[in-house]
Design a protein around this ligand. Structure first.
Ligand code: C5P
Length: 230
């Protein structure tokens, strides 16, 4: 049985302002994508990583990840699609076509390059135990307001019942395939599973699995590395 991690990395990452695909932005000289793929393979429970790259960056992403493949894990790079959901679907179709016995699929953001191995293992173990969909989460530190188009508050959800969602999200491969058959665009694959009426389970995430989106996040990541806690 293969555990395959899909890494949609075909976005342009304009918010970081580096003028390159976000996944190729370096932290202390090492691209986010390399850190994320290495983290997945080093967790010891992922056999294949499939990266969806911007079409113009397929060769570059192949080159930077080539050294990460080992006896225990393979890295595949293909061109992603127009939207994130398209990139995930293309990577999933590739995995089901090319990687024998793909039974568990993770979907992981390259931007969560410092996700600890324990989070990856918790997600895989929960899917292995029979859960169709598993997401790592953290409690909300901030109060969240729902607002209307004019920015006026319409509701204050109970913070105790809210969670911040991280990746990798884990799925039984057939469940993720059914979820993507709808053709609906989503920021989050678990949301597509919810639309099928199937249960989505949570496991504990980790602060280091933060999504690196802005220059501030990049500075936090560099500080984590300098302090030895990533
Ligand atoms: O823009 P956002 O941060 O929500 O993108 C989430 C992830 O989806 C990023 O890792 C990005 O590279 C990826 N993506 C993709 N294909 C696209 C657009 C975004 O793989 N067409």
């Amino acid at each position: 049985m293969s555990v395959v991690a899909l890494v949609p990395a075909a976005g342009r990452g304009e918010r970081l302002g580096y003028g390159m695909a976000k996944a190729l932005v370096p932290v202390n000289g090492v691209p986010l994508l390399v850190r994320a793929v290495r983290g997945l393979l080093d967790a010891g429970c992922v056999q294949h990583v499939v990266v969806a790259a911007p079409p113009s960056d397929v060769d570059t992403m192949c080159t930077v990840t080539a050294s990460l493949a080992s006896a225990g894990g393979a890295v595949h790079v293909l061109a992603g699609g127009a939207e994130r959901t398209d990139s995930v679907r293309l990577a999933l179709e590739y995995a089901l076509r090319e990687i024998p016995d793909t039974r568990i699929v993770l979907v992981h953001d390259a931007a969560r390059a410092f996700t600890p191995a324990e989070v990856i293992r918790r997600v895989v173990e929960a899917v292995e135990s029979g859960e169709p969909a598993v997401i790592p989460v953290l409690p909300m530190a901030d109060t969240v307001k729902q607002v209307d188009a004019d920015g006026r508050v319409v509701a204050t959800p109970d913070r105790a019942a809210l969670r911040v969602v991280q990746t990798p999200q884990g799925f039984a491969a057939d469940v993720l395939l059914r979820a993507h058959a709808s053709g609906v665009q989503a920021t989050d694959d678990a949301g597509l599973v919810e639309l099928l009426g199937l249960p989505v389970t949570t496991v504990a995430g980790h602060a280091n699995a933060m999504k690196i989106t802005t220059p501030f996040d990049l500075a936090v990541a560099e500080a984590l590395l300098a302090g030895g806690s990533a």
